[in-house]
Design a binder for this molecule. Structure first.
Ligand SMILES: Nc1ncnc2c1ncn2[C@@H]1O[C@H](COP(=O)(O)OP(=O)(O)OP(=O)(O)O)[C@@H](O)[C@H]1O
Length: 300
């Protein structure tokens, strides 16, 4: 039960939505799929689900292209666009149609309705559903075929706190049952709370593919802020370190400590006017990581 993405590329005219992307999603884990708006997350998921055609490369589920899966809904379930349902149908009727067309026993419909907590609304028309209820119905649809691979595109969008907690618990339990779970979000904080692994993309390209812990350690690294009237001399003394020039008299040193920077400055006879450690918040660090990849940055 895996998702394998290899050299996946999708162009729309001049826009490269997904750019030579490769990663694996493994069973028993929740993998967060993280990137700013327009990064290419939905396009990637659509290609995994056979809803869009790669310009190059491949996306495989359990070793096969989606079109080659014999019983697709039993192998992979997805929540993509919860609004894309017939509003005049009841939730139950909607799922029964999906079950029938996919050779899934209709008894399964009531099971998944119970699993997502929609039993009481099952006989009401979808047009009367709240966003959260539509989201739950979409998830029920994803679970219908009891698939080993699940994709959720921004599942917490528009949910209240209870709904968010419920989704987190559901993702966890699906992974604990040994399933392969890929969940997209544009929020670092969300992925931090739910995912074991993270695939970060920006402008369609892979930025990071690692465990959540590693990503947080890397991103949360302290930066030493130092000010000196002799910045060039200090730069020289810090050779071999990762240093960014933040102004005429200010340097930011990564992967170091104020003790180390202070000692190096002292040894080189460089006077310091300021020395401190900046603790980056995870959200800031994530923005720094994907900053160059943001398609439309807000100003002011
Ligand atoms: N059918 C399409 N035709 C033209 N361009 C498209 C199409 N689908 C997506 N794009 C473009 O591809 C890029 C990636 O879009 P995509 O929706 O995959 O990003 P995303 O990471 O899911 O973002 P969001 O969080 O906003 O949904 C964007 O520049 C988008 O405008």
């Amino acid at each position: 039960m895996t998702i394998e993405v290899r050299g996946l590329t999708r162009r729309y005219g001049d826009v490269v939505a997904v750019d030579d992307l490769s990663f694996d999603v493994l069973p028993g884990t929740v993998t967060g799929f993280l990137g700013p708006n327009g990064a290419g997350k939905s396009t990637t998921m659509r290609m995994v689900l056979g809803l869009d055609r790669p310009t190059a490369g491949s996306a495989r589920v359990n070793g096969r292209a989606f079109a080659e899966l014999r019983a697709p809904l039993r192998e992979v379930g997805a929540l993509l666009d919860p609004g894309a349902v017939h509003p005049g149908r009841t939730g139950r009727a909607h799922l029964r149609v999906a079950a029938r067309t996919n050779g899934i026993p209709t008894a399964r419909v009531d099971e998944v309705l119970a699993q997502v907590g929609l039993e009481r609304a099952a006989r009401r028309r979808i047009k009367g559903y709240s966003l959260g209820m539509k989201q739950r119905l979409g998830i029920a649809g994803a679970l219908l075929g009891d698939p080993g691979v699940l994709l959720f595109d921004e599942p917490i969008n528009g949910l209240d706190l209870d709904g968010v907690r419920w989704i987190r618990g559901l993702l966890r339990s699906l992974a604990d049952e040994g399933r392969t779970v890929l969940v997209s979000s544009h929020l670092m904080s969300e992925v931090q709370q739910t995912a074991d692994r993270v695939v970060v993309i920006g402008r369609g390209r892979l930025i990071a593919d690692t465990t959540t812990g590693e990503l947080m350690r890397g991103l949360g690294a302290r930066v030493v802020r130092v000010r000196t009237p002799e910045a060039d001399a200090l730069l020289e003394a810090l050779r071999g370190h990762r240093v960014a020039r933040a102004g005429v008299d200010e340097l930011h040193v990564s992967e170091s400590s104020s003790a180390e920077v202070g000692a190096l400055a002292h040894a080189a006879g460089v006077p310091l006017h300021h020395l401190s450690e900046l603790e980056q918040s995870l959200e800031e660090a994530y923005l720094a990581l994907t900053g160059d990849a943001v398609e439309f940055a807000g100003h002011g």
